[in-house]
Design a protein around this ligand. Structure first.
Ligand code: SF4
Length: 341
């Protein structure tokens, strides 16, 4: 999988008041990309495409360089205290992705150049909680690693938290373009996680992302660079033969990490869920998807903003959790399983 290159770039004029905004403009000009000006991302107009579906696909390869105005961070339980907003949107095409609905009609990728203001805000949250450690999740609204070879804002965040006394950074990715992050001065304050799944899930539901082997090669590099390493298994999905599919996943993972220190590895486990609005959007954007979303088969769980989600029935979820915990304990007896949700 090649590193992401946008087909079209929009730049907000205010972004040029920041060094990173100017740097990116020059970089994209040198790369020969089409650059347009837009007053704000809400005014992004003219993404090419004859119909909604084409526009959606093109939007996913459009990058908007802008200024983050809302500096109030969302919470990010259970993986961290706060979501740090470095970017939104993603060029991947995972059918189940929750960004389908959270980004609604604006699926283009936005990167923010006012990093110092974002870091200042993070500092305030750390001050409020100290001496407790405050964890910041950088991949709540995008797959930040997938675009960072262009922007290096994640690298700056890693180095920022590397210096901090009470802050830690974490993010998860399905991309393997990590080389520029290997020499970042992380000081062990950043947990680098990779998203992994059974062959069935990766093959059927994760187009436009790096392969399992590429992710694992990147994981080895990252561990070699001294980063604390983790894996998120999400969404855990009951496909035909899932028991064997997930057992094989951990076996392959174990083989691939030969030579890596497995003492400080973490796992986070998230079962598949969907909301009614997400289902509607997914069926429109990926009409041939094999993703099973039958409300009748699932358990309804009340959610934020009155939008409930459909998770597996309690006994099915328990079965998933037990099977996966067992596999992890077999292949990674020293790893920490942080949660199943
Ligand atoms: Fe969504 Fe992550 Fe897939 Fe990107 S890589 S489409 S953020 S699930």
């Amino acid at each position: 999988m090649k590193p992401f290159v946008p087909q079209l770039v929009y730049i907000e004029p205010r972004a040029l008041e920041y060094p990173l905004g100017r740097e990116l403009k020059e970089k994209f000009e040198n790369m020969g990309l089409e650059i347009r000006e837009t007053t704000s991302h809400n005014q992004v107009r003219g993404i090419p495409g004859d119909n909604e579906l084409q526009q959606y696909r093109n939007a996913k390869s459009t990058l908007v360089v802008g200024v983050r105005k809302t500096l109030k961070f969302d919470t990010s339980k259970p993986s961290a205290e706060y979501a740090i907003p470095l970017a939104t949107g993603c060029m991947g095409h995972c059918h189940y992705c929750y960004l389908q609905t959270t980004l609604g009609s604006k699926p283009y990728i936005r990167t923010y150049v006012n990093l110092d203001e974002i870091f200042e805000q993070a500092e305030k949250y750390m001050e409020e909680r100290k001496p407790e450690i405050t964890r910041f999740e950088a991949a709540c609204t995008s797959d930040i690693v997938g675009i960072d070879h262009l922007t290096h804002s994640l690298k700056k965040a890693i180095e920022y938290f590397g210096e901090s006394e009470h802050g830690q950074l974490r993010f998860v990715t399905k991309f393997h373009h990590v080389d520029h992050l290997l020499d970042a001065k992380h000081n062990g304050k950043t947990r680098f996680r990779f998203s992994i799944n059974s062959r069935y899930v990766i093959k059927n539901f994760e187009p436009g992302t790096s392969s399992f082997d590429e992710r694992l090669e990147a994981a080895r590099k990252v561990a070699g660079a001294g980063y604390p390493l983790g894996f998120i298994v999400a969404p855990i999905y009951r496909h035909e033969g899932w028991e064997e599919g997930y057992r094989e996943l951990f076996e392959r993972l174990h083989q691939s990490l030969d030579g890596v220190n497995l003492e400080d590895i973490t796992f986070e486990l998230i079962q598949h869920r969907f909301t009614k609005p997400a289902k509607r959007v997914i069926m429109k954007r990926y009409p041939k998807t094999k993703l099973e979303m039958d409300e009748e088969q699932r358990k309804y769980k009340w959610g934020r903003y009155g939008i409930g989600k459909y998770v597996y029935q309690t006994d099915e979820a328990k079965e998933l959790e037990n099977t996966i915990r067992e596999s992890i304990q077999t292949f990674f007896p020293k790893a920490e399983i942080q949660y199943f949700t």
